[in-house]
Design a protein around this ligand. Structure first.
Ligand code: ME8
Length: 663
């Protein structure tokens, strides 16, 4: 039996999980489910990364010991994943005894082999990344991740002879084109290896500077560098060096985003090679989820909470969107509008509608029992062919991480099935009393719907189980359907005549996009009114000039279109604090009825305390180009009246919803 071992990064516990963490973990979950459908034995590992300076700082902030702090957050991660229909098998924590012992055994082995040495080192240390940078790696003297100036630190430390293995690694990547995939990341790593910027890896931190880490087995005054410790989770969780799971499941399949390409593509394979262990199968690298073209981050206040989204729109619909919207490897932008669009178009209109109409017709014509098909005609063979091609492509594309394309090919089938309903018109066949043909048409539909539901189990486990049980199949969102996917492609079998079906189905109710519909309607009315005012009376004749000319504005005239191009909206301040680097500026997080609160910086600090701003209704222009002020971005401008001596906020006198447009 083939085995499939899947990992996610182990996440830092200094922040709450967001959309990015959810995406990686949902994709890993779906891949594991996909391999289950293929009949493989699977193991799915995720976990938390709990050592390092950042954790100590975060714990201090909350007045907790590092251990109390990490216990709390790690538990939150573990509890979160099932809410997103993620079923992991093993959860590793870098503070687990088994992990600590494995890290120490690994360090000792590499040390004994002579690949760890003690030396003096001076380097540019970024506290944000918890690592040293070489001169060449810095961008204009700044850390490329945090854009801050690293501190120059010189101290004695232990080093892993990574440079010794770099020529071997380059050859390995050259010989194995899909070791790192997609291609763009493989090229990036090869360029990194060509650049000569990589040196030996500093793998220790003196305890005088940091104590929250794993002690080196050969020197009690040092702890292990957090990345060296963290990467080893992938084998410590399998019980390396001596447990059976390691021999059963290693080598595994890794999934990460591009932010941690280098540790996974360079540090980790050289570490494994130095210890004489087989390398992982593939490093699968995805892009970033962005919000309004900017990376999500706590300081920008644009972090999307996956649990909120899944509660609001349904977990499986949210999962579907993640797979459909991001082309694996590239960045994707998240917006609630796009999410609602996908739900309405793909899930409610296409898939949901197919189930709803076919099941209610089968209830009406065959008392909710699968009819026995008679002779297949050309149209039925055509559907069988489309079904075989769609499934074949879907399975192949999914297996090679092309999820969006895979779903698109499955949706070609769903749309064809809806067309087939329209062209075969079962209602007419029923009217004509052509029950033989009607039975065949309904059977073809039900059989193809079952295949579709099976294919969707990795992406939408609960919806898939619901669809299957509506089709009279035993189904469970947590356990793979008892089928062999290989045997499902290329036929319309699998649904026995006589099977009792659900009489109706309402899988994905349409979401009413009220704001848009109403907004547009009102806008239309406005434009009609304006048409008249712009020099026409109701009969379309030219109106007389206004009797009184107003005085000219000091700023001259602007066209109405120019004013209308501004997106000015009402919002409520949720959070306000002083800008850390600018005395006159307040950093606000404002709810404009969007997926996430918007960060706006405003020169209000001399007129309002941050606390007094919380809860205030404000008006702001949202579509000004973002401006960076002393390291933070502002995504809009709050409207105020007055001057430096006396200033007030513009607000509205009625309780209109957040996000209401000012026009
Ligand atoms: O780096 N878009 O942990 P981490 C997509 N502890 N994915 C994103 C994302 C975004 N905007 N932001 C985060 C660490 N991710 C280390 C890992 S592994 C041995 C140690 C996801 O909490 C993505 O999977 O910063 C990324 O690689 C990971 O979270 C980083 O998680």
């Amino acid at each position: 039996m083939k085995r499939f071992f899947m990992t996610t990064p182990i996440y830092y516990v200094n922040a709450k999980p967001h959309l990015g963490h959810a995406y990686t973990t949902v994709v890993a979950d779906a891949l594991v489910r996909y391999h289950k459908l293929l009949g493989e034995e699977t193991l799915f590992l995720t976990g938390t990364d709990e050592h390092g300076d950042k954790i100590v700082q975060a714990a201090n902030k909350e007045g907790k010991t590092p251990k109390e702090f990490v216990d709390g957050i790690s538990a939150r991660f573990q509890a979160l994943w099932p809410e997103l229909h993620i079923r992991f098998d093993r959860f590793v924590r870098t503070t687990d005894t088994q992990h600590i012992q494995a890290v120490q055994a690994f360090l000792q082995q590499v040390y004994d082999a002579g690949d760890i040495y003690f030396g003096e080192f001076g380097g540019h240390y970024c506290y944000g990344c918890e690592r040293f940078y070489t001169e060449k790696e810095l961008e204009n003297g700044l850390c490329p991740q945090h854009l801050t100036k690293p501190d120059y630190i010189s101290e004695k430390n232990y080093f892993f002879r990574m440079s010794k293995y770099l020529p071997w690694l380059k050859q390995h990547i050259a010989d194995n084109p899909d070791f790192i995939r997609p291609q763009r990341y493989r090229s990036e790593v090869l360029a990194m290896l060509e650049s000569g910027a990589l040196e030996d890896l500093c793998i220790s931190r003196p305890k005088t500077r940091l104590t929250w880490g794993i002690e080196l087995p050969f020197d009690k005054d040092y702890v292990c560098y957090v990345w060296f410790d963290a990467l080893l989770n992938y084998i410590s969780a399998l019980g390396w060096p001596d447990k059976e799971d390691f021999t059963r499941f290693w080598p595994g399949e890794h999934l990460v985003a591009k932010d941690i390409l280098k540790p996974h593509a360079v540090f980790w394979p050289t570490m494994l090679h130095a210890a004489g262990l087989p390398l992982y199968r593939h490093l699968n690298v995805h892009g970033y989820w962005l919000v309004r073209d900017t990376k999500m981050s706590k300081s920008l206040g644009n972090v999307v909470d996956p649990v909120n989204m899944s509660k609001k729109y349904g977990t499986d619909a949210f999962r579907y969107f993640l797979f459909r919207e991001m082309h694996f490897g590239a960045d994707a932008s998240f917006s609630e509008d796009a999410l609602m669009g996908r739900i309405n178009a793909d899930l409610a209109n296409d898939l949901g509608n197919l189930f709803s109409r076919v099941l209610s017709m089968t209830a009406k014509y065959f008392n909710s029992r699968v009819p026995r098909p008679k002779t297949y005609q050309q149209d039925d063979h055509a559907i069988a062919d489309i079904c075989a091609t769609a499934m074949h492509n879907y399975l192949q594309l999914f297996g090679s991480m092309q999820f969006a394309q895979g779903l698109e090919s499955l949706w070609e089938l769903v749309r064809e099935l809806n067309k087939y309903v329209d062209t075969q018109a079962p209602w007419s066949l029923a009217k004509q009393g052509n029950m033989e043909r009607l039975a065949t048409v309904m059977y073809v539909l039900l059989a193809a719907m079952r295949k579709t539901a099976l294919c969707l189990w990795p992406v939408m486990p609960k919806a898939s189980a619901d669809m299957l049980s509506q089709l009279g199949q035993t189904a469970d969102q947590d356990n793979a359907p008892a089928i062999r996917m290989g045997e499902e492609v290329g036929n319309l079998d699998g649904i026995a005549p006589g099977t009792v079906l659900a009489a109706s189905s309402n899988l994905f109710p349409r979401i009413e996009v009220k704001k848009d519909a109403k907004g547009n309607a009102e806008q239309e009315k406005e434009e009609k009114k304006e048409g008249k005012q712009k020099g026409q009376n109701s009969e379309g004749k030219a109106a007389a000039s206004p009797p009184l000319l107003p005085p000219a504005s000091a700023k001259g005239l602007v066209a109405l279109e120019q004013f209308k191009a501004l997106d000015i909206r009402v919002g409520t301040v949720q959070k306000a604090e002083k800008h850390p680097n600018a005395d006159r500026i307040v950093r606000l997080e404002i709810d404009f009825g969007e997926a996430v609160n918007r960060q706006i910086l405003s020169g209000l600090a001399e007129h309002y305390t941050p606390e007094s701003l919380i809860g205030k209704r404000v008006c702001a222009i949202l579509n000004l180009e973002p401006r960076k002020i002393r390291g933070l971005f502002s995504y809009g401008m709050i409207l105020t009246a007055g001057n430096d001596a006396h200033l007030g906020l513009l607000t509205v006198d009625q309780n209109v919803p957040n996000g209401s447009e000012i026009a």
